[in-house]
Design a protein around this ligand. Structure first.
Ligand SMILES: Nc1ncnc2c1ncn2[C@@H]1O[C@H](COP(=O)(O)OP(=O)(O)OP(=O)(O)O)[C@@H](O)[C@H]1O
Length: 681
């Protein structure tokens, strides 16, 4: 038996022992909780009148529940580790020592007993940095007590499955390319995988960065941005357990399918899952008092595909110019919106001039539509002091109505519409609240206007915001995010994957919004696609600075068909999904209508259950064949991709869409155009 197998067996034995002990202690813990409940029910009527004993009991119960929960958490981690307790090892000789020490690295720390030297170190532990950052030779790591220097004598990589050693080999260079190639060459999972075994040096630098408040990652398609961002979260949680809980992290993700796709990484890394939200859904919720309905982003994209002339309007309304005009309008409103009058109630009187002073001097800092309420509160106080009594409910309402009547209107829909008119744009339709529907291009301008007029609630619980697909957010949206989340941020995306005709590089304007101190990192190396696919896609987008990971596959197939049925035939012919082939395949179209039609045709051919049609309301990414649009496939990956287009004239937006589709493919890419011209193919 080799050393490593012996060590593996030792770790497995100790893991099993600890699991048995944890089980016992969990049973005792559960009994303890039960006893506490029983004691409480039997005795609570006799507990002292001030509730001290009652309080003590509740605290004890809470502590016990916490302990039980922590133990459960540990047990889950150890059970997971039984499958593969470690994946790497570094033999490190500290300066001044004669013998090297072996550090085994796995998804979590494991020691025989709490407090003892770990048998396995968490991949996020300081010493594990050696594994990712250095080759054999001189090396160092930053320990809590300071920098530790020494020499890496050897480095090992292991594959262990079901508790059995599949392979073990010594690698003297960086995380070995062969292992990475094997990982990348495997079939795509239905969910994004964790990459702890093969994190690359430049990725590790981002994951372990704790010093920058705002980190912006511009990364090529497939460079591992999403993976790195999630591992970074796991790293930050591990290193700042006291101040940072998973509930303090919020990830802004494009849609439900994407959230599902990334949802298991953190639990797999031993962390709880984090809150996730689509900024659009948040905005729609926040605007419920302005309009009951808002157009969906994806509906706008569809509209833009069919009516190219309308495309510019969206960007016009999100531009810094438009925002400046709105700021000018807000200044004007300060005066034009107000109709400040004397206020009297019984013998009490407060002159307009006094209200004006309060409004424009004392409470000037408060946003305009919240400000009069502050004045009202002040006056109510004044009245109550003079009258020597509190106002009753009816009187409170009277005060409120009178002060609110000093605004000419408080309807943000009306105000926004007037603003549009004032700058020569078409106003919003004049309809009752129930009939209002905001177009997507107006959603964020209205939200911005709202937050400038009414104090937004700060999301204080959020200490770290992750923004994925950063190129899809406009300057206006970043302004709003900066107002709502004055916290640390990890922002990631790819300027080449904008869902619009022109690419957007947010790095041009982000420092102006979030401050100059943001740190930007560029990741040019693509890991997802084969060289053939990556080169093909880069050419589509005019990218020249892409670094490729050397993994080869089939050449990209381009074909033109006269009829969609012919394309369906070819897709069916080339599909190689389970049981004997790939895990996932996608047929990607430009519009939802096309996706629906192709899904129908494929279902007729291959059977209803073997094809999943995915639209904007879907929330799951499933194994097998998925038919959907390019904009919903963003961020996802598939073993095989068939891109089908041709109904719309080939313009800049369609080229962007084709690029997004092409970069989704791991192993095989087929680009099928349905010809709409004369020539028959
Ligand atoms: N170090 C790594 N080891 C193994 N696999 C990796 C590594 N880095 C990236 N990958 C793989 O590359 C693929 C792309 O990763 P990911 O989805 O995180 O990239 P991305 O930059 O967010 O892509 P996109 O912007 O195109 O959606 C995934 O399959 C991921 O597992």
């Amino acid at each position: 038996m080799t050393d490593q197998t012996a060590y593996l067996n030792l770790v497995l034995e100790k893991l099993n022992e600890r699991i048995v002990k944890l089980n016992l202690s969990l049973q005792e813990g559960a009994k303890e909780v039960e006893d506490m409940h029983e004691y409480y029910w039997e005795n609570y009527t006799e507990m002292d009148q001030y509730g001290y004993e009652d309080y003590d009991n509740q605290q004890a119960l809470l502590n016990q529940l916490n302990t039980n929960q922590q133990q459960m958490h540990l047990k889950h981690r150890f059970q997971k580790m039984l499958d593969s307790p470690f994946f790497g090892r570094v033999d490190f000789c500290y300066d001044g020592e004669d013998e090297a020490e072996s550090f085994y690295i796995g998804i979590g720390n494991f020691a025989e007993r709490t407090g003892q030297t770990p048998l396995v170190y968490d991949w996020r532990a300081p010493v594990s940095g050696l594994f990712y950052d250095f080759d054999r030779g001189e090396a160092w790591y930053e320990a809590p007590g300071g920098r530790m220097d020494g020499e890496i004598v050897s480095k090992w990589q292991y594959k262990i499955k079901n508790g059995k050693m599949v392979y073990a080999f010594e690698s003297d260079v960086k995380i070995d390319d062969d292992i990475l190639k094997a990982e990348l060459g495997a079939n795509g999972d239905v969910q994004l995988k964790n990459i702890v075994r093969t994190i690359q040096k430049e990725q590790n630098a981002i994951i372990r960065n704790t010093s920058d408040r705002i980190l912006v990652i511009q990364g090529a398609a497939g460079s591992g941005k999403t993976s790195v961002a999630l591992h970074r979260i796991a790293y930050l949680l591990y290193h700042d357990r006291k101040n940072l809980k998973s509930s303090n992290i919020l990830i802004l993700s494009p849609n439900g399918v994407f959230s599902d796709y990334i949802s298991h990484i953190l639990p797999e890394l031993g962390e709880e899952n984090i809150q996730e939200m689509s900024f659009d859904l948040f905005a729609y919720r926040e605007l419920k008092d302005v309009a009951p309905d808002c157009e969906d982003r994806y509906d706008m994209i569809e509209r833009n595909l069919v009516h190219p002339k309308e495309r510019g309007r969206y960007w016009e309304k999100q531009s810094p110019d438009f925002l400046n005009q709105m700021e000018g309008y807000l200044m004007e409103l300060e005066d034009s919106l107000m109709d400040i009058r004397d206020f009297t109630y019984r013998n009490y009187e407060i002159k307009a001039s006094r209200i004006l002073t309060l409004f424009y001097t004392r409470f000037l800092e408060i946003p305009l539509l919240s400000r009069m309420d502050a004045v009202r509160e002040y006056v109510v106080d004044d009245y109550e002091t003079l009258a020597g009594r509190d106002l009753n409910e009816e009187e409170q309402q009277y005060f409120y109505d009178q002060f609110m009547a000093m605004y000419e209107t408080r309807d943000i829909y009306v105000l926004y519409s007037r603003f549009l008119e004032s700058i020569g744009m078409r106003p919003l339709p004049r309809v009752w609240y129930e009939k209002r529907m905001l177009r997507y291009e107006d959603v964020y301008p209205v939200l911005y206007l709202k937050y400038r007029l009414v104090q937004p609630a700060k999301r204080a619980g959020v200490k770290h915001l992750v923004i994925d697909e950063m190129q899809d957010y406009t300057p206006m949206q970043y302004q709003i995010l900066a107002m709502l989340f004055p916290c640390k941020m990890t922002i990631l995306g790819d300027k080449a994957q904008t869902m619009d005709e022109k690419q957007q590089d947010v790095l041009k304007f982000l420092p102006g919004i979030l401050g100059k101190k943001l740190r930007k990192i560029v990741m040019n190396k693509s890991y997802r696609n084969t060289v053939e696919i990556a080169k093909y896609a880069a050419e589509l987008a005019g990218i020249t600075d892409l670094e490729l990971f050397e993994r080869h596959g089939k050449p990209v197939v381009e074909e033109v068909f006269w009829k969609p049925e012919k394309a369906v035939e070819k897709i069916a012919e080339h599909l190689r999904v389970q049981p004997d082939g790939y895990e996932t395949a996608a047929v990607l179209t430009m519009t939802d209508q096309e996706a629906w039609e192709l899904a129908k045709a494929l279902k007729e051919r291959l059977g209803e259950d073997s094809v999943t049609y995915m639209n904007k309301d879907s929330s799951r990414f499933k194994k097998g064949i998925t038919v959907t649009t390019f904009y919903l496939a963003k961020g996802l990956e598939f073993d095989q991709v068939f891109t089908v287009w041709g109904r719309q004239p080939e313009d800049a937006l369609i080229r962007q869409a084709k690029y997004i589709c092409a970069t989704r493919a791991l192993h095989e890419l087929y680009m099928y155009q349905i010809a709409s011209g004369e020539k028959q193919v």
